[in-house]
Design a protein around this ligand. Structure first.
Ligand code: TXA
Ligand code: MG
Length: 314
């Protein structure tokens, strides 16, 4: 059975979603980055169901979503730098990895048994309303089968996971379009674990230069898995023309079959990225060729997702 889709701006829908979550259900919620598949972070049975629905490797820890700073402080140690970053960028596309408090209502399965937790306050009004109504942290990875293209509309969620969850809240198309930037604040250092919807330069204006995560530790990020965010078609990057059997995803002056942003606007390109990959993939091409994207600002996150989509697959 396919899950019902309800408008995310309806107070009744939010109340229904919070009730389902309290019963251990799975609810797709819109955020400003991508749609998340939400479950009660304290409920190990619900979280196990969430991993199963996504087909996600269990060692991958999840982000605990909070309404704001106050809720965050119930989960993690809260150094001055966390406070400064959260005040500057929450609610918004920034995830902070911090030492977990022993009393935090987060089951071991949710953070893969680590002694740290990733937390973020999402910027979408419906996600905020749901977190307020639920009253505690919700884990929410992107609402798509593991390894595939992340969802930026309610119909993307329905196509991928519709029969494996209890309710989909439709809050329209995501405005940011790529996942949050993940920063670890551990051992007195700020480390970039995943580039994302908040430009690195804006964070570094507060933290100074970020350390970059090494690629050796297993559980740090799905980004550490070679293939991720992948469409069915093969991918070829930095292309200026389509070859035989290819479709071309353009940017700026490289026109293509679809263009991420004819004016070369990286925020527009990020917002359109995943929907564009899905749309081109639907025509069943052998390969999707992608125009060069400048590696600056949001281009860092776009290129990260494209490189993982193009990575060798098992
Ligand atoms: O924008 C987003 O962040 C979306 C929306 C739905 O909020 N969520 C999302 O969640 O992308 P997910 O589960 O796909 O990504 C979580 C990221 C991964 O890179 C994971 O490895 C990292 O956060 N992470 C989570 N807990 C961690 C921890 N304790 N230490 C290091 N990295 C952690
Ligand atoms: Mg994901």
């Amino acid at each position: 059975m396919t899950a019902p889709v309800l408008p995310a701006d309806s107070p009744d829908a939010i109340a229904r979603a919070a009730a389902l979550l309290r019963e251990g259900g799975l609810v797709a919620m819109p955020t400003e980055t991508v749609y998340g598949l939400a479950a009660d972070a304290s409920n190990a049975v619900a979280v196990a169901r969430l991993y199963a629905a996504k087909g996600r490797p269990r060692f991958n820890p999840l982000i605990a979503h909070v309404a704001g700073i106050e809720m965050a402080k119930r989960l993690v140690e809260w150094p001055a730098l966390a406070d400064e970053l959260a005040r500057a960028f929450w609610p918004g596309p920034l995830t902070l990895v911090l030492p977990k408090l022993k009393a935090a209502p987060i089951c071991d399965l949710a953070n893969a048994g680590l002694d740290s937790v990733a937390i973020r306050a999402p910027g979408h009004a419906a996600a905020q309303a749901l977190l307020e109504a639920f009253g505690g942290p919700l884990v929410a990875p992107s609402a798509n089968p593991s390894g595939g293209v992340s969802p930026t509309t309610a119909s993307h969620v329905r196509e991928g996971l519709g029969d494996r969850l209890d309710l989909i809240l439709d809050g329209g198309a995501c405005t940011v379009g790529v996942e949050s930037t993940v920063i670890a604040l551990l051992d007195g250092r700020a480390t970039l674990l995943r580039p994302g919807g908040l430009e690195r330069s804006r964070i570094e204006a507060i933290t100074g230069p970020l350390a970059i995560a090494g690629h050796s530790e297993a559980p740090t990020s799905p980004g550490m898995l070679a293939s991720h965010y992948a469409p069915a078609a093969a991918m070829r990057l930095n292309a200026t023309q389509a070859r035989e059997g290819e479709v071309l995803l353009g940017f700026g002056a490289v026109q293509g079959d679809l263009n991420l942003s004819a004016s070369g606007d990286l925020a527009e390109a990020a917002a359109k990225l995943f929907a564009a990959l899905r749309q081109l993939d639907a025509s069943g091409p052998k390969s999707i060729a992608v125009a060069p994207i400048p590696d600056e600002g949001l281009g860092e996150a776009i290129n990260d997702r494209l490189q993982r989509a193009a990575a060798p697959r098992d």
